[in-house]
Design a protein around this ligand. Structure first.
Ligand code: NDP
Length: 506
C-alpha cells in the first residue's frame, strides 16, 4: 500500500509537469500524451436561428422572441432558438389533438410501427451528425454521444416500434387505448436520449406529443423534429416547443394535455405534481437521486474501480442515477481509494469533440455554480477534498473530477444531489450498516453492489430501496429494461413493457 501511495504521488508530479493546458489537462500515469483526435464539426450545419416545430412545420414563436444556446466548452454562441409562450403551447396542443383524433389514434399499430422504424433507421444513418451536435450543445464527450446517447436513442425507437402492433399482448387487457395528447418536459443531461425515452413509447401506444426540451440543450430535439419530417410522420404527431421553465409549466398546465411526463429536478417535479393534481391527467415523474455504490471487501477491485468511475464520472456526473455515494467496506477502503485516485489520474478532461476525452464540460454556468457551492460546503463541513492535478481550460464551464473522503452522513455532499463529477466516500463494517447507510436518503432511484457472492447480491438487492440495483456493473441501460424510482425520485417506469403503461389507459 505504501508503494502504491508513492507511485500515486510520483504520477501526480509527472501529471503536473506535463499538463499542457486546454483540452489535455490530465495526463497518463505513463507520462505521455495522446495526440489530439478531434471529430470534425463539419458534418453539422447549424442555422443562425430555429423556429418551433408545430404541425409538421418550423415557424417562429408568436411573440417572435428567441434565446441563445451556447457551447458550454467554449461559451461560443451556437444559434438563436424560438421561445415558446402560451399562444404557441395552444397551437401545439391543438395540432397534437387533431393529429391524435384524425390520424395517429385511429391508425393501426402495424402502420405506426413503420414510422417508428423509419425514425430509428434515420437516427442511425445520421448518428455522427447527432453525436457532434449533442457534444457541441451539451458539452459531453463525443465518445459518449457517439457510443451511448445516439445508439440508445435509436434502440428505443426500434424497441417500441416492435410493441406498436402488439399492445393487446402487453398484459394490459385485450384492447388497451392511448391517452391522447402527451405533454413531455425533459432535462439537459441526455437531451436526445430523454426525447427518445419520452416519444418512442408514447407514439407506439398511439398518443401524440408536445415535447419541451431544456433551455440549454434544444438542438438535438430540433434535429429530431427534422428527422420526423424526413420520415414523413404525419403533421402534429410530434411537436417540439423550445423555451424556458415557463414554457414547460404552460405545457404541463394546458387543459388539452391528457398525460404529463417529466424528467428533471425533484423541486420542479413537486411543482408539476401540484399543477396536475385533481385534473385527471396521468403523470409520471423521473426525478433526482443520490445513489449508493456499495463495494464489499471481496469485490474484484479493478472492476469495481471501473464501475465507480463509470458510476460518477460518466457524463460529468450529470446523471440522475449517478453513483455519487461510494460506500466501501472499511477493511479495503484505503486500498480502493488509492486505486481510484490512480485511475482518475489517467482520465482526460477537455475538448468534448476530441475522441480521447473522458470528461467534458459542465452544461451551464448555473450548474457549475451549484457544483462549486456544494463542493465548498463539503470542505467547510470537514470532509477531505482531492482532485487529480488538472489545469482547466480558460474558457467554458469546467470542474475537475473530485473525491471527498472522511464524509459523514450528515454532510450536505452525502445528502444533496450535486449532479456533477463529485464523489463522496463513506465506509461501513457490516452488510447491515451498508444497507442502512445506502437507504439513508430521501431518494430511491438506483444503487450498485460489488461482491463476488451471489447470495449477498440478492440480499442487498432486496434490502436497498431503489428502483434499479446494478450488481458488479453500473449505469447499464437497455430499452427492454424498465427504469425509474420511488420516494423523492418520482414514480412510473420508462423502458420495457412497463414503459407502455405510462401511455395507455390501463
Ligand atoms: P429542472 O428540473 O429545472 O429542468 C428540467 C426541465 O424542466 C427543463 O426542460 C426545464 O426547462 C423544465 N422546467 C423548469 N421549471 C419548470 C416548471 N416550473 N414547470 C415545468 N417545467 C419546468 O432542472 P435544472 O435544469 O434547473 O437543474 C437543476 C437541478 O436539477 C440540477 O442541479 C440537478 O440536481 C437536477 N436535475 C436532475 C435531473 C434528473 O434527470 N434527475 C435532470 C436535470 C437536472 P429549462 O431548462 O428551460 O429551465
Amino acid at each position: 500500500m505504501a508503494d502504491d501511495a508513492e507511485r500515486g504521488k510520483a504520477a501526480a508530479r509527472r501529471a503536473t509537469r506535463s499538463a499542457r493546458g486546454a483540452g489535455t489537462a490530465l495526463t497518463t500515469e505513463r507520462g505521455w500524451q495522446y495526440a489530439p483526435a478531434p471529430e470534425s464539426r463539419e458534418i453539422v450545419s447549424i442555422e443562425p436561428e430555429y423556429g418551433l416545430f408545430v404541425g409538421g412545420e418550423f415557424a417562429p414563436a408568436a411573440s417572435c422572441r428567441a434565446f441563445e444556446t451556447v457551447n458550454p466548452a467554449t461559451e461560443e454562441p451556437l444559434t438563436q432558438v424560438a421561445l415558446a409562450e402560451a399562444a404557441d403551447v395552444d397551437r401545439a396542443v391543438a395540432a397534437a389533438r387533431i393529429a391524435y383524433e384524425r390520424i395517429w389514434g385511429p391508425m393501426p399499430g402495424s402502420e405506426r410501427a413503420k414510422y417508428l422504424y423509419r425514425i430509428a433507421r434515420i437516427l442511425q444513418e445520421r448518428s455522427r451528425e447527432f453525436a457532434v451536435l449533442e457534444s457541441l450543445d451539451n458539452g459531453k464527450p463525443i465518445k459518449e454521444t457517439r457510443d451511448v446517447d445516439i445508439p440508445l436513442a435509436a434502440a428505443h425507437f426500434f424497441y417500441y416500434a416492435g410493441w406498436a402492433d402488439k399492445l393487446e399482448h402487453a398484459g394490459f387487457g385485450p384492447d388497451p387505448r392511448p391517452l391522447g395528447v402527451a405533454g413531455q418536459v425533459i432535462p439537459w443531461n441526455f437531451p436526445l436520449l430523454m426525447a427518445a425515452w419520452k416519444l418512442a413509447p408514447a407514439l407506439a401506444a398511439g398518443n401524440t406529443c408536445v415535447l419541451k426540451p431544456a433551455e440549454t440543450t434544444p438542438l438535438t430535439a430540433l434535429l429530431l423534429a427534422e428527422v420526423c419530417q424526413q420520415a414523413e410522420l404525419p403533421p402534429g404527431v410530434v411537436n417540439v416547443l423550445t423555451g424556458a421553465g415557463e414554457t414547460g409549466a404552460a405545457v404541463v398546465a394546458h387543459p388539452g394535455v391528457d398525460k404529463v411526463a417529466f424528467t428533471g429536478s425533484t423541486e420542479v417535479g413537486i411543482a408539476i405534481a401540484k399543477t396536475v393534481a385533481g385534473t385527471g391527467k396521468k403523470l409520471t415523474l423521473e426525478l433526482g437521486g443520490k445513489a449508493a455504490n456499495v463495494v464489499f471487501d471481496d469485490a474484484p477491485v479493478e472492476q469495481a474501480i471501473e464501475g465507480i468511475v463509470n458510476g460518477i464520472f460518466f457524463n460529468q456526473g450529470h446523471v440522475c442515477c449517478a453513483g455519487s455515494r461510494l460506500l466501501v467496506q472499511e477493511s479495503v477502503a484505503d486500498h480502493v481509494v488509492d486505486r481510484l485516485r490512480r485511475r482518475l489520474m489517467t482520465l482526460r478532461l477537455g475538448d468534448p469533440l476530441d475522441k480521447n476525452t473522458d470528461i467534458g464540460a459542465i452544461n451551464s454556468r448555473q450548474q457549475l455554480d451549484k457544483i462549486t457551492e456544494l463542493s465548498a460546503a463539503g470542505e467547510a463541513e470537514g470532509a477531505h477534498r482531492w482532485s487529480p492535478p488538472c489545469e482547466l481550460p480558460k474558457k467554458g464551464f469546467w470542474f475537475a473530477p473530485t473525491v471527498f473522503t472522511g464524509v459523514s452522513q450528515s454532510h450536505r455532499i452525502a445528502r444533496e444531489e450535486i449532479f456533477g463529477p463529485v464523489l463522496s466516500v463513506l465506509t461501513f463494517r457490516t452488510p447491515e450498516e451498508a444497507v442502512s447507510k445506502a437507504n439513508n436518503t430521501p431518494y430511491g432511484l438506483s444503487a450498485g453492489v460489488w461482491t463476488e457472492k451471489g447470495s449477498r447480491i440478492l440480499w442487498m438487492a432486496q434490502k436497498m430501496r431503489a428502483g434499479v440495483v446494478w450488481a458488479n456493473t453500473y449505469n447499464m441501460f437497455d430499452p427492454a429494461s424498465p427504469f425509474g424510482g420511488y420516494r423523492e425520485s418520482g414514480f412510473g417506469r420508462e423502458g420495457g413493457r412497463h414503459g407502455l403503461a405510462a401511455y395507455l389507459d390501463v
